[in-house]
Design a protein. Sequence first.
Length: 379
Amino acid sequence: MMRSLLLCLAVLSLIPTDACQPDGKARSPMTKSVFGRLPNGREVHEFTLTNRFGLSTQILNYGATVRSLLVPDRNGKLEDVVLGYDSLSEYVDGTAYFGAIVGRYGNRIGKGQFQLDGKQYRLTINDGENHLHGGKTGFNKALWDATVLSDSAEPSLQLQYVSPDGEEGYPGTVTLKVIYTLTENNELRIAYEGVTDRPTVLNPTHHSYFNLSGSFTHPILGHLLMIEADSFTPADKGLIPTGQMMNVTDTPMDFRTPTAIGARIDDSFEQLVLGKGYDHNWILRGGAGRVRKAAELYEPASGRLMTVFTDQPGLQFYSGNFLDGTAKGKNGIAYGHRTGLCLETQAFPDSPNKPQFPSVTLRPGEVYRQTAIYQFSTR
Ligand code: BGC
């Protein structure tokens, strides 16, 4: 005990004081381990990032996946707030996109087709008659190259994926870097940077399913949600936007003040019926290109509050409607209906076919950039 305490004191100049645990052991801001092997024999690694307040996350280089995120409740109790699996094979076989970076196009492209510079492109159809989250083998199924950028008080991991020309039908070789950082402000910050060698479309997003209660056996219906949006993009039965923008006033889509997710989710409002709950894109206030607050999610029993910031024009709020208990997650817990929710920072769905929506075209010489921040505190 004495020895480990002395050891801890010795490394205080390198790591923050609070990184010493009660047992005197220093908590390392970043560790790396082998998570499993892909069917082709390639090794998948898991990186554990920890800040001095105990916030920690396990990130896989498979799918650039956030596998766990331990966050304190109002009494300082650390609990996992994201859905995920225990083993690599479940990620390989899974269809829920737990914690992954999805792309090239996060969300749907109608009929899996679009035109760019007068040329027609056909993408993989993997969701009814549409294309979803980059196709059958999207970025969530790729093995990314990992580089530890900082092993300090703000541990930072870079993941890079080179998506070949023609992958899932998309033109151009795209190189996407995603940097995950655990900040001193108890934030998980995600910075994206992408380039291409031919004109293409790019709209990646992060797909964690959050349940701030610390228990994945309970639905997220009691969480209070606030979204900084006066309107949303209504969609058809395949969840492809109609192209209109609808004001949220006097509808169950109005989250301008914190409202329980379950309060109106089963209303007969047509958009909720079509979405089988919430599965829509909100048009964020304040214009794109500037990082601003997009949403707040609060879980009253634990006191956990998550504030989402983004520079993107839209936010997809998906209330986990397709979770049905068949996916067994960490510790063998079956993820029932609406036991997790996604808040995906992104451009609007089907933008390549909607000239009135903000553009998602990326050309050679341009750099795609996105910042998303999930900040944790308590009330
Ligand atoms: C979509 C849902 C889809 C889910 C797949 C969400 O981003 O909005 O419609 O079922 O991803 O996990």
